[in-house]
Design a binder for this molecule. Sequence first.
Ligand code: M6R
Length: 608
Amino acid sequence: MCGIIAAASNRNVGKLLVKGLHRMEYRGYDSAGIALHQDDQIAHLRTLGKVKLLEDKMIEEKPKSKLGIAHTRWATHGEPSEENAHPHKSNERIYIVHNGIIENYLNLKEFLKKEGYAFSSQTDSELIAHMLEFFLNQGNSILDAMYLTKEKLDGAYAIAAIDKEDDKNIIIARSKSPLLIGIGTDELLAASDPLAISGLTNEFIFLEDGDVAQISADDFKIYDDSKKQVEREITHIDISHEASSKGDYRHFMEKEIYEQPAAILNTIDGRVGGDDVLDNIFGLGSSEMFSKVKRIQIVACGTSLHAGRVAANWFSAISELPTQVDYASEYRYKNPHVDQDSLLVTISQSGETADTLAALRYAQEKDYLSSLTVCNVPTSSLARESEYSIFTNAGPEIGVASTKAFTTQLAGLMLLALSLAKSRDVNPKLRTRVITAMRSLADTVEETLKLKDEILEIAPEIASKDNALFLGRGIFYPIAKEGALKLKEISYIHAEAYPAGELKHGPLALIDEDMPVIALAPESEIAEKLVSNLEEVKARGGTIYVFSDPSISMELKSGRIIKMPKCDFLLTPIIYTIPLQILSYEVALLRGTDIDQPRNLAKSVTVE
Ligand code: M6R
């Protein structure tokens, strides 16, 4: 999704701003642009497509400047085009970049048109530049103009603006969209993502909702919503180059798949001891709070929602708690009934997903016992706004398709199931069994990654098809859904998932030689039933690829059976996810798609 970087420096900033845009490419975008203060003028360059094209333009035009703002845009209002790319300007004076959505933009546009402002884009963002200029023209300072503009805006925004009449300062503002200040050695920076400026500093200040800040090369001032100057905490984050680069891998997604054994170890590390989970690993007082929980509500989106659906089974089997799982985007529109003593659990890799954040904020107005997040980014809005949290410690996930974030979320959610069970004093033997299995989980994942060669043999058969069906039962249905999501988002093959028992209620009509069926058959009480479901596919000439427990016997006319490593049944969803990730990756590679930045998608979805 959109990315902002801005710098006020004692040296030229063109290159560092473009480098920052490159670092944010993983978020997904369709155009890029930059505005640089240069000899009382503003150099304004924008391109449709990759940041590389903007970089080429910069090399041609060689603008020199110590103050600038830059942006990658992911289209919401108006098609991807150069005119709609940021920065937007007003009367060659004010230049702005904006992340988020201005909900009342039509009214504000009307107002500004009546005031004589002409619009050159279809975006909601352009009006911010005009509004700032409108208030400046009334004799306000840029700081006051930003506050007056803020009063007019409904929606979510992170804004950075520069004024042609001022070659020293950048003004920034945040409401419901992340924005931070970076304290560099030669400069002060602003960005929507710490990764964008991670090569320049490891000291960050995360702005709060309503904050406005003024930044120059040597100084910054932060003001809260009521325009009172405030101090905000400096957070130290080390983002190693290794963590944010591909190394020898072809794509970030590939690297992140193979990082999973280490990532899972990082999630579990320091959180289990002896044969049980440690107390208060979700924050001080969490164990006591857990003893009062009677019901769980999970909200999340996409892959994170699939993790929640798996966890709902664990909360029932291990913690003996009923759980409701909802799409974050739907939850608050269904007027949910909240039982007292319910725990709200959000799950998110980024911690900035707008729908999940909105669900949390909505739920905080309700009668929940408490809120808890399972999240990969400790500095994210979700982490800061939830009462309790567990960080998955997976390291930066750059590929748009979630891989290590998912398996580490599952590991974190298993720790939650165990902690709830411990506080409620239920299932001690089961807890010990699971903890023992968790200690060797990373090794089992490592072993599962070795299935790559077998998967390489089936990938061309799937890559040549336009559709695929994924089947799983029980706790494996969400894993089938995750497999289908992975395949469709990076290879653009249409894929659907069904609980295998549902086949005969409709989808069986789709089965022919062009519909590969990918099934998950772990050892379970319903394995035999799944085998019967697959017989129905076989009888209709379908090609079946089964990832199965070695104990399950089955014969296939066409397709393949891939035997999975043994693992405790409750942890098998984590293990069975791995071959589906590898399969999607290898299929996408054969189809030549843009694996790390698939079309139309963004890494962090910060609009509702
Ligand atoms: O950052 P989050 O986990 O909140 O993101 C939620 C979804 O947008 C994300 O999981 C999405 O579905 C991924 N592209 C899936 O691979």
